[in-house]
Design a protein around this ligand. Structure first.
Ligand SMILES: C[S@@+](CC[C@H](N)C(=O)[O-])C[C@H]1O[C@@H](n2cnc3c(N)ncnc32)[C@H](O)[C@@H]1O
Length: 277
């Protein structure tokens, strides 16, 4: 069997079960070490039998369980970075890259120096920011040591110096009297009652759910925000597409000022909180 034939067969099988062609690209890169360019150069070559069987086993598992591909290949891409992921961390999302874009714009405009990625998971936000602006002093925290293990591994793999810290939201920083110019966070914001796609249920609940209205974590962060911000600081959050009104109301309750920006799909997605001193 040639790579070309196997590629076509794989696409057809996965398409039948509504998995995009992207899955085949990633599987070929992971199992055969063939990125798009290498695939085209090698497509007429014969596939190694053992590797072909491995591919078939993985395809079966994807179809049977709907487990996200990233948890099988242990790879995810975020902001041009190839990241290691496992079942303990959220698979980084495209929407979050837009939060990073916005944060970078603000960091440059306001000439900020100290950054906190709150609830870092795989480390994706912290790493993307540090990679773009190396001179920044970047901190990243999570309540989960298992997430911090993954985030540290990614920082090491990309040779990026990040200050990692285990903390229940802002508690440790308040205790240490540590302050930041900008806090960036994609916190858990899904309502406990929301019914999610089966594939999302493979991801850690700690990363997803935040009480009956999905606002529990925002409430805790807003309550403490001013204690950890430098003068003229900004906090920027990813929010659920249907949360804009409730979040704006919540800001008022905590005496904070903010605006909401839309994402590329015209969904309310990014909350920017200013006037934090
Ligand atoms: C939605 S995930 C985001 C992960 C990553 N920043 C991303 O964008 O892919 C939320 C993260 O917040 C962490 N988290 C949940 N509760 C927390 C808490 N009380 N304190 C700190 N981190 C928390 C979870 O472990 C998870 O890694």
């Amino acid at each position: 069997m040639t790579y070309k034939k196997l590629f076509k067969e794989t696409q057809e099988t996965l398409n039948k079960y509504n998995f995009s062609n992207n899955y085949t690209d990633i599987l070929f890169e992971d199992i055969f070490n063939l990125n798009k360019k290498d695939y085209f150069l090698n497509q007429e070559k014969e596939v190694n039998k053992k590797q072909q069987q491995k591919l078939q086993r993985i395809i079966k598992k994807i179809i049977k369980t709907e487990i996200p591909l990233s948890y099988l290949t242990h790879q995810a891409y975020f902001y041009k970075l190839k990241l290691y992921v496992n079942k303990n961390v959220l698979i980084p999302r495209f929407e979050t890259e837009e939060v990073v874009d916005m944060a970078l714009k603000i960091i440059k405009e306001k000439q900020y120096n100290t950054v906190l990625d709150l609830g870092t998971g795989s480390g994706c936000i912290a790493l993307a920011i540090k990679k773009e602006i190396v001179k920044l002093d970047v901190f990243a925290s999570d309540i989960s040591e298992k997430c911090l293990y993954v985030a540290r591994k990614n920082a090491y793999n990309h040779d990026l110096k990040i200050n990692f810290c285990q903390s229940d939201l802002l508690k440790k920083f308040i205790k240490q009297k540590k302050k930041f110019d900008i806090i960036i966070s994609n916190p858990p914001y899904i309502s406990d009652n929301y019914s999610l796609d089966k594939s999302v249920l493979f991801e850690p609940f700690l990363a997803l759910f935040a009480g009956t209205d999905g606002l529990d974590i925002y409430k805790r962060i807003f309550a403490d925000l001013k204690l950890v911000m430098n003068k003229n600081g900004t906090a920027i959050f990813e929010i659920g597409f249907d949360q804009a009104n409730s979040i704006l109301q919540l800001l008022k309750d905590y005496n904070l000022k903010g605006i909401i920006e839309k994402d590329i799909n015209n969904n309310d997605r990014i909350l920017i909180v200013t006037d934090l001193s």
